[in-house]
Design a protein. Structure first.
Length: 481
């Protein structure tokens, strides 16, 4: 039985386990990113439909103190979403074998502790030989588990899987992936439709210049986040921006105007010293058929959840994911707009704090970026055509007196065996820090006093590991753009 079949079998086991607690108290702890909030929304929706009293909290990588606080909740089932595998020793030290735990995660494990017991189910693609950084993110697993556990199937759960997977940069994954099971079911049920388009035209209801300025994947220095630069570029392409004193929207572009805009963007990128082809800017778009003019796009929906998490409004993100609309949508729009303004401002400040080595882009976010935004910016830089061949390391100060580090790896290095999660876990632990994650995306918390020393060692280690995998030529280089 191949890995995805074994994972599906385990998902069904997790669904049966969850169904045993219908009508009983359920406590949920989830991560604050789009994947975690979509997964949390699935559990909240399940609890609401099954008349199960619940409490849901969100955190970053949970500390021992946060786990202790979560343990104080009286519940019949404790659910950990987008976390738990890396904290298994702490969890097993706080919960007894008589307790019931459901851990849905997709991060690597760097401990040798036996993971499951009679009262604990762990659902993680890494345990079945799958790459959790590429397939089987937490929202996919949580939504499918909740979907299967319900007496009356709720197709909205499929939507949450799509949203979380898009937000976690996994997407469908192709016919041989586990994610494809949910995406295909969502397509068959008419929950979503998919097609390919240039990334700048994805937000068809947005003003044309906003759709370009709001595009950070790919991140284009000097254009992403800059309304003025987007307007200037469109003017150069002879695009009429207004109609009857209002901004024209993407959906109003003619078939003749669209290629002119793409050509102008490609020309602009060339001025940065990078050559790209127009087909490099084509992405798969997923649209929901029952959402309004803002949440219809899966990428924009996931960005809304991410905004709520980064702006410390996970309450809004969770209830939006669970299906609440009305005023919640209005509030989330405001949070998302504020996050966009903040990101644009911080990106302008941080572009002077970049250090480029042979293998690494080191971004010093101290004094500029808050700890909840490290993953956002490291992803942006890693998706830029200027830095797509570099390992990106972004760090900043955290309120607890530590240094937060977020890293991203080019896919061609991952395909050859490079594992950033292992590097950060090993190097951080040498000085009392903690780290881990995926081969392609990982993070670490470092003690302040040794932070610079550890960062230097991590950069050196990355150089050594890159040399190993490139020199050995392990696996083919694949271009996934």
């Amino acid at each position: 039985m191949i890995g995805k079949d074994r994972l599906l079998e385990k998902t069904n086991e997790a669904a049966d386990f969850l169904a045993e607690f219908q009508g009983r108290r359920i406590a949920v702890l989830t991560h604050y990113d789009a994947d975690g909030l979509a997964a949390g929304g699935a559990l909240i929706r399940y609890c609401s439909h099954s008349n199960s009293p619940f409490i849901c909290r969100s955190v970053s990588s949970p500390t021992e103190r946060e786990l202790q606080e979560f343990r104080k909740i009286r519940a019949d089932l404790y659910v950990f979403l987008d976390m738990g595998t890396g904290q298994i020793n702490l969890i097993k030290g706080l919960w007894n074998e008589e307790d019931h735990l459901l851990i849905i995660d997709h991060h690597q494990s760097h401990v040798n502790t036996p993971l499951e017991n009679e009262g604990t189910i762990i659902l993680n693609p890494e345990l079945f030989g799958l790459d959790g950084g590429r397939d089987g993110c937490s929202s996919i697993l949580a939504s499918l588990t909740a979907y299967q556990a319900m007496d009356e199937k709720d197709d909205y759960m499929l939507k949450l899987g799509v949203i979380g997977a898009v937000g976690d940069m996994q997407g469908d994954g192709g016919e041989n992936s586990f994610n494809h099971l949910i995406f295909q079911k969502a397509l068959e049920k008419g929950v979503v439709k998919s097609f390919k388009d240039f990334t700048f035209f994805r937000l068809r209801n947005a003003p044309i210049h906003k759709a370009i300025a709001w595009t950070y994947v790919p991140y284009i220095p000097g254009l992403s986040g800059r309304d003025d630069k987007a307007i200037s570029l469109l003017t150069s392409a002879n695009i009429s921006l207004k109609k009857h004193e209002r901004w024209r929207r993407v959906k109003e572009l003619s078939d003749e105007e669209r290629p002119r805009i793409v050509e102008e963007v490609v020309k602009y990128i060339a001025t940065l010293g990078v050559e790209v082809k127009s087909q490099d800017l084509i992405h798969v778009v997923y649209e929901f058929l029952d959402e309004d003019e803002w949440l219809y796009d899966a990428n924009e929906f996931s960005h809304a959840l991410s905004s709520c998490g980064r702006m410390d409004r996970t309450d809004l993100g969770l209830i939006l994911a669970a299906g609440t609309r009305g005023k919640t949508v209005v509030d989330v729009k405001e949070v998302t707009a504020e996050k966009r303004r903040m990101v644009a401002k911080q990106m302008e400040s941080i572009k002077e704090k970049l250090t480029l080595t042979e293998n690494v882009l080191l971004v010093d976010g101290r004094g500029v970026i808050g700890e909840r935004f490290t993953g956002t910016f490291s992803t942006f830089f890693s998706m830029s055509p200027l830095y797509e061949d570099k390992v990106v390391l972004l760090f900043c100060n955290a309120p607890d007196g530590t240094i937060r580090l977020s890293g991203r790896t080019p896919r061609h290095l991952v395909d050859r065996g490079f594992n950033l999660g292992e590097i950060l876990a090993e190097e951080a632990s040498k000085e009392g820090g903690v780290g881990g994650g995926h081969n392609v995306a990982a993070g670490a918390t470092l003690p302040l006093e040794q932070g610079d020393t550890i960062l230097e060692r991590i950069v050196d280690r990355i150089g050594v590991e890159v040399e190993k995998v490139v020199g050995e030529g392990r696996g083919p280089i694949q271009d996934d753009r």
